[in-house]
Write a protein that binds this ligand. Structure first.
Ligand SMILES: O=C(O)COP(=O)(O)O
Ligand SMILES: [Mg+2]
Length: 223
């Protein structure tokens, strides 16, 4: 599997949850506390890992339904969830093996790096800092940065524009079909990691140009 067939790369855009950091523990705690505050019991970790990746509103609406709570509790659940997530952020999450090494190696190749996540910036930026990953990025956009989020290509196109790179020379690195669809629509090539949260589907079905077990495998495929 090689990524370099159709030319080299000037930049990489990297997803956060399920790609750089295993955050399911943070989600589990924050959602559990929010449901508890509203008088409901927690949802399962498996449900959470299948549901993460499409932004906070999607996660909260699905979680309420899963917990048997009425949709009318959305605003209250959102407020409780954000309160708890901000205080829990990073405490129950771990950087994946090879992720920091991979970012360092991509940077050493002279690539510009952007983090583009559907996680709200108020959660994403402190998490990148706390995990020592912020230093590798030229810029980072949360899911609330633009009108539309992944799988829409808008955040990727905005990142390419801000980095001064062409989508055709930019690699999207993610964990889900959400990232793959955004990359295809933007005109970027895409590599997916095997270990993330692909909505419960096999990552092989997402149509990536490459699939890796660790991000630090990528530089050899891009040379
Ligand atoms: O939906 C989220 O909160 C996180 O999604 P991400 O995989 O784009 O980082
Ligand atoms: Mg992800």
């Amino acid at each position: 599997m090689t990524l370099s067939r159709s030319g080299g790369f000037d930049a990489a855009i990297v997803d956060l949850d399920g790609t750089l950091v295993d955050t399911v523990g943070d989600f589990e705690l924050a959602l559990g506390h929010a449901l508890h505050d509203l008088g409901y019991t927690p949802v399962s970790r498996a449900f959470i890992s299948h549901t993460v990746g499409k932004g906070t509103e999607h996660l909260i609406r699905r979680t309420l339904a899963e917990a048997g709570a009425p949709a009318s509790l959305y605003e209250a659940a959102d407020e409780r969830y954000r309160h708890h997530y901000l205080r829990i952020n990073g405490q129950a999450s771990l950087v994946y093996p090879g992720a920091a090494e991979g970012l360092q190696a991509l940077k050493a190749m002279g690539l510009k790096l952007a983090c583009v996540t559907n996680k709200p910036a108020a959660f994403a930026l402190p998490l990148l800092e706390a995990k020592g990953l912020a230093r590798w990025f030229d810029l980072a956009y949360g899911g609330d940065a633009f009108e539309r989020k992944k799988p829409d290509p808008m955040p990727l196109l905005k990142a390419c524009e801000a980095l001064g790179t062409l989508p055709a020379r930019t690699l999207m690195i993610g964990d889900s079909m959400n990232d793959a669809q955004a990359a295809r629509a933007a005109g970027c090539r895409v590599a997916l990691v095997r270990y993330g949260y692909n909505h419960g589907e096999p990552v092989e079905a997402a149509g990536a140009d490459a699939i890796v077990d660790r991000i630090d495998e990528l530089p050899a495929l891009m040379a």
